[in-house]
Design a protein around this ligand. Structure first.
Ligand code: NOJ
Ligand code: NOJ
Length: 471
C-alpha cells in the first residue's frame, strides 16, 4: 500500500515537473526528425535549380539565402550520408542526392571564380556569386572533400571503384577528380588567411583548421587505399603541421579554444569565445588521428565556459533557467539574421551542437572500457554525475566500465544533451520550422526560415542521441 502511494506521488511529481506537456523529449524528436527530413530535402534541388543544389534557405529576401554555400552544402551532404546508412530502406533516394551533388560539384569546380576553390557561394544555376563578399572561405573545400571522401569509401565497398577513380579521386596532377582537386587546394593553401565560417573575420580559424586537418587525414587514407602513396604522405604531413597550429588556439587562462588567431581583417570586436569550436569538434574530433579529441579536457572546459557565458547574456536564458541555455555564435555577435550592427541572438545550429557534443561524449564513453579522471576534468564529470546520482568521483583515477558511476555518467551526459534539445523544442514552431535564430528577448524565431543547416543539425543530433543510447 505504502509503496503504491509512493509510486503515485513520484508519478505526480514527474508530471508536475514536466508540466502539462509531459511527453519526453525523445517523442518530440521523432516528430521533428520527420519534419526536418521533409524540409531539408525540399531545399535540395528545388525546382529551377541545377540538380544537386542545396539552398541555404528558401528565403529569397530579407534575408536572401537562396544560394548554394559550399560549407552549408557539404555539411548537409554529410548528414545525407548518415541518413543513407541509418535508413537503408530509403537508401536509393539518398544516394541519388549524393550523385547529383557530385555532378554539381564537377560543374562548380570548373567555373572561373575570384578565389579558386575557396569561393563561397553559388547561384542556383551553379555559377559563382562574384559580388563583394568575405572571401575566400577555406573551410568550404575541406568540408566538401570530407563529405565526398566518406562517400568514396562507401562506394569502394559497393564495388564502384571505377566510378570513384573517374570522378572522385584520380592519381593525376593536375587532377580531374573533385576530391583530389579539393585536397590539393587545402594542402597548398591552409597557411593563408581566410574568412571564418561566419564570413566576418579574416585570419586563421580553429573551425577552418580542424576541417582542413580532418579532410587531409581522411583524404590521406583514401589516397593510400587507391595507390597514390606520394600524395598520401604529403596530405598526412600537411595535416600534422596543421595539428601543431591548432594547439596554439588553446588559451589556458580563459579556459577555451579561441576562434581566430592572427587576425588581419574583417570585424574587430570579438574576444575569442566562439561556439563554432564545438561545431568543429562534431565534424573533426572523432575517429583516428584527431587534432583535438572529442573528450579532450580542453573541449570539456570550453563547453562549460561557453554555457555559463551564454546563460548570462541572453534574457531568454535568464527567464527560463529550467532549460539549458540557448547558445549563440559568440557573445559580441551583432548579426540579427537580417542586418549586422544590431544585437546577435542564439542560433539553432549552435544550440544543437551542444546537445550533440554531450551525446557524442556519451557514445564515445560507451565504446571505451574506462574513463580517466584527473584534476582538470573532475569538475566536469562531477557535475554530470550530480544530474542523475548522489555518487561522487575521486579527484583522479580510473572509473572502469563495470563501476556504478560509469553507467551513471553516460546517463548524465545524455541528460545534459536532452537539456539542449528541450531548449530547441521550446523555440521551434509546431510545424517543425527551424529558422536560423531565436530572439534573445522574446524567444521567437527570426532570420532565414527553414535554414537547411538547422534541419541537418537537428537530424545529426537525433542520430547522435541514438548512438549515445546504444540504438
Ligand atoms: C553578416 C553575418 O554575420 C554573416 O554571418 C552572414 O553570413 C552575412 N552577414 C551575410 O548574411
Ligand atoms: C550565415 C552564416 O554565418 C554562415 O555560416 C552560413 O554559411 C550562411 N549564413 C548561410 O547559411
Amino acid at each position: 500500500m505504502r509503496s503504491l502511494s509512493n509510486l503515485f506521488i513520484s508519478f505526480l511529481l514527474a508530471f508536475l515537473s514536466f508540466g502539462a506537456n509531459a511527453a519526453p523529449v525523445s517523442e518530440w524528436m521523432e516528430q521533428q526528425y520527420s519534419a526536418s527530413k521533409a524540409k531539408l530535402f525540399k531545399n535540395i534541388s528545388p525546382e529551377g535549380s541545377r540538380p544537386g543544389t542545396v539552398v541555404a534557405s528558401p528565403s529569397r529576401r530579407d534575408p536572401d539565402y537562396y544560394y548554394h554555400w559550399i560549407r552549408d552544402a557539404a555539411l548537409v551532404m554529410m548528414t545525407v550520408e548518415r541518413l543513407a546508412a541509418f535508413e537503408s530502406k530509403k537508401k536509393e533516394v539518398y544516394l541519388k542526392n549524393l550523385y547529383q551533388f557530385i555532378e554539381l560539384t564537377r560543374f562548380q569546380q570548373s567555373q572561373q571564380t575570384l578565389t579558386g576553390l575557396g569561393e563561397v557561394k553559388f547561384y542556383v544555376d551553379g555559377t559563382p556569386f562574384l559580388g563583394p563578399w568575405g572571401r575566400p572561405q577555406n573551410d568550404g573545400p575541406a568540408l566538401r572533400a570530407l563529405a565526398l571522401t566518406r562517400f568514396a569509401h562507401y562506394l569502394i565497398a559497393e564495388n564502384q571503384l571505377d566510378y570513384v577513380k573517374k570522378y572522385l579521386y584520380d592519381n593525376k596532377l593536375p587532377s580531374e577528380a573533385i576530391i583530389k582537386k579539393d585536397l590539393e587546394y587545402v594542402s597548398h593553401n591552409w597557411k593563408n588567411h581566410d574568412f571564418d565560417l561566419w564570413e566576418e573575420c579574416q585570419g586563421h580559424h580553429f573551425f577552418t583548421r580542424m576541417a582542413q586537418h580532418r579532410s587531409l587525414v581522411e583524404g590521406a587514407d583514401l589516397a593510400r587505399k587507391l595507390g597514390d602513396s606520394g600524395a598520401a604522405d604529403w596530405y598526412q604531413m600537411q595535416a600534422n603541421l596543421i595539428s601543431n597550429e591548432i594547439q596554439w588556439h588553446w588559451n589556458k587562462n580563459a579556459g577555451i579554444f579561441v576562434a581566430t588567431l592572427n587576425r588581419v581583417g574583417g570585424i574587430d570586436y570579438k574576444h575569442g569565445m566562439d561556439s563554432s569550436v564545438i561545431i568543429a569538434a562534431l565534424v573533426a574530433s572523432t575517429g583516428e588521428n584527431t587534432a583535438v579529441n572529442i573528450k579532450d579536457d580542453r573541449l570539456l572546459s570550453s563547453v562549460k565556459r561557453m554555457e555559463e557565458k551564454f546563460a548570462e547574456i541572453y534574457n531568454i536564458n535568464r527567464q527560463t533557467s529550467a532549460l539549458s541555455p540557448a547558445i549563440g555564435r559568440y557573445p559580441e555577435d551583432r548579426y540579427d539574421g537580417y542586418n549586422t550592427g544590431k544585437s546577435g541572438n542564439p542560433w539553432f545550429i549552435n544550440t544543437l551542437a551542444f546537445a550533440s557534443y554531450y551525446y557524442k561524449l556519451a557514445a564515445d564513453l560507451r565504446t571505451t572500457a574506462t574513463l580517466k579522471i584527473n584534476p582538470r576534468n573532475v569538475g566536469f564529470f562531477r557535475s554530470i554525475l550530480r544530474r542523475v546520482s548522489q555518487q561522487d568521483l575521486p579527484e583522479s583515477g580510473i572509473v572502469p566500465s563495470t563501476s556504478p558511476q560509469f553507467g551513471k555518467i553516460i546517463e548524465g551526459l545524455i541528460k545534459a544533451g536532452d537539456g539542449f534539445v528541450e531548449r530547441v523544442k521550446y523555440h521551434a514552431s509546431q510545424d517543425g520550422n527551424l529558422s536560423e535564430q531565436m530572439n534573445r528577448e522574446t524567444g521567437h524565431m527570426q532570420g532565414a526560415e527553414n535554414l537547411t543547416w538547422s534541419h541537418a543539425a537537428f537530424i545529426d543530433t537525433y542520430l547522435d542521441r541514438k548512438e549515445a543510447i546504444g540504438q
